[in-house]
Design a protein around this ligand. Sequence first.
Ligand SMILES: Cc1cc2nc3c(=O)[nH]c(=O)nc-3n(C[C@H](O)[C@H](O)[C@H](O)COP(=O)(O)OP(=O)(O)OC[C@H]3O[C@@H](n4cnc5c(N)ncnc54)[C@H](O)[C@@H]3O)c2cc1C
Length: 372
Amino acid sequence: MSEDATTKKTPGLGGISLNFVPAAGDGSAPVSQSVAAATGESVDARVVIVGSGPAGLTAAIYAARANLAPVVIGGLAGGGQLMITSDVENYPGFPDGIQGPELMGLFRKQAERFGARVVDADVERVDLSRRPFKLWAAGVEYRAQTVIVATGAEAIWLGIESETRLRGRGVSACATCDGFFFRDKEVAVVGGGDSAFEEALFLTRFASKVHLIHRRDQFRCSKILKARAMAHPKVEIHLSRTVEEVLGTEHVEALRLARTDGPGEERLSVQGLFIAIGHRPNSAVFRDWLVTDEKGYLRTDGPTTATDIDGVFVAGDVDDHRYRQAVTAAGEGCRAAIDVERWLEAQESDARAREAASTAAEPRRAAEATTA
Ligand SMILES: Cc1cc2nc3c(=O)[nH]c(=O)nc-3n(C[C@H](O)[C@H](O)[C@H](O)COP(=O)(O)OP(=O)(O)OC[C@H]3O[C@@H](n4cnc5c(N)ncnc54)[C@H](O)[C@@H]3O)c2cc1C
């Protein structure tokens, strides 16, 4: 994992300088680079995009190229989840793969090239009761005709030091993203719900063996997934165990497991560890305004990216707990920007029509007044 990749010149990419500072690998507060320090300042925008992951920055590219001069309040952990991963091999256009932070630096560079303004701050509070919508970040009030919420989600980790140290060196939270790197290797999945089983079954395509570790003595997943996993010759189940430590210096070599049903520890040799204990959507700031599901994911209203608040749109992992990929998030960012553009166009042409109607009515009223 290239912890400081974004502060270096990127070889092979024209030596560009990347703007994001990666989120701290230990999950603690990320480094802020150029937080807008002004207080009392206010900014008006036709569209404010919240979040600078693949969804937010793709929305920014499209909105900027549609001449909407978007403002991106990108978050202190700018660049999103790909900032904590190394090789991304499934993003189209990079046949040799690309480092996550490099990819996000390129997204940002492309958005800024077309005039998007990216602010490295977190939105702390919003008022979506009327337009212009108001958002507050780092002492600045943003007034927006439209808002795209692209605040993403976070994988929930075990929270042990060795897991953080070996993240990207065998520890992952995404089998779809990283399973390919574990061909003919032994891996473990931690979790007891449907996603843990889905991850485990997906990993059987590559790994020589998949150990499924769960702290309880039974699973809370669907029967069908459980039956499939139990029947799979590559899957071995370890109930009533927790991962106490991930062992290895450069890469994952083994796990130290503790039993939850009595004393005793075990060592399990694996080269990969997939954490599948859930994701947390970054929707807290919007929860008082927008509809969420029971897990806090924002809900869209119908087939577009629109929410039930007219003029507010949603894109990426903050509403998508099914696909959770950079390319799907980017696709949603594109959809949201197009939705915004059409929404503004409709509003503006309605306003023009109203103005034309009232201008046409003026001489008639004047003529009627004269006749009377
Ligand atoms: C370890 C790991 C490896 C992965 N590998 C791959 C891979 O190889 N290929 C792949 O396609 N996908 C991969 N993914 C998944 C991919 O990273 C996500 O699907 C994608 O980043 C989602 O994009 P997003 O823009 O919706 O959200 P995110 O990337 O989560 O970005 C959200 C942004 O919103 C910001 N934000 C949050 N709250 C606020 C706020 N209040 N104010 C302002 N900003 C805010 C955050 O700081 C962040 O910048 C991986 C994920 C992880 C965790």
